[in-house]
Design a protein around this ligand. Structure first.
Ligand code: MG
Length: 215
């Protein structure tokens, strides 16, 4: 794949692709169970057991990504709590280099994220990435997660690109498969979404550690 010659637009996941997934993993797997334990007078282990069980019920659906759903389900104000750990929101190592490169090449660039609008706003405020994108699309705008083909039809309608000439990068192999089914021509995974975890393997897609591997 030669980006400048073959790609009309670049579609990018946000968490784990542009941003270090460590923030989200820490927030949902550690910080939220701690807050739940405090509120309901439970041990951390009990709170984790409860929170993780609730997560498993809705994994991959729009609710799983929805701050309002979690605020109701856990009785915690997720919108407010996300600010308490915002210092952990970080770019992946060569995100800025990559976005500058796309800008120089005049390639339209979009974020396609399952993150709730409230999370997108905080992350863009912390990282100042907004000017790099033609549009930032959250699956909450359509109430259909990226795991669903209907999300991709809605995106196609909204931005009017030929998917066969698009590059999509995401750290989720499951979502890459759906994008492939939707007709996206070039697909890459992220091998190291969380800077504090070992690299992940993908079965069906090439995965990169650094965006420079694309050029
Ligand atoms: Mg992701």
């Amino acid at each position: 794949m030669f980006i400048e010659a073959e790609v009309d637009a670049v579609l990018l996941d946000m968490d784990g692709t542009l941003l270090d997934l460590h923030y989200d993993n820490h927030f949902w797997l550690e910080f939220i169970p701690q807050q739940y334990a405090l509120k309901h007078q439970l041990s951390i282990e009990q709170a984790k057991h409860h929170v993780y069980a609730q997560c498993n019920k809705v994994m991959g659906s729009i609710s799983w990504y929805c701050y309002d759903y979690w605020s109701d389900t856990l009785g915690l104000d997720i919108h407010a709590l996300q600010h308490k750990t915002k210092h952990k929101i970080q770019l992946r190592s060569d995100t800025l280099w990559f976005l500058d490169k796309l800008k120089q090449a005049n390639i339209p660039t979009y974020i396609l994220t399952n993150a709730h609008r409230s999370g997108v706003a905080l992350k863009m405020q912390q990282t100042e990435l907004t000017p790099y994108f033609n549009k930032i699309i959250s699956s909450h705008d359509y109430q259909i997660a990226k795991e669903n083909l209907r999300f991709w039809s809605a995106v196609k309608e909204e931005i009017g690109v030929d998917f066969s000439r698009c590059l999509f990068i995401d750290d989720s192999e499951k979502i890459l498969k759906v994008a492939e089914n939707a007709g996206v021509g070039f697909l890459r995974g992220i091998a190291t979404p969380d800077s504090e975890k070992p690299a992940q393997e993908m079965q069906a897609f090439k995965s990169i550690k650094y965006f420079s591997e694309l050029f």
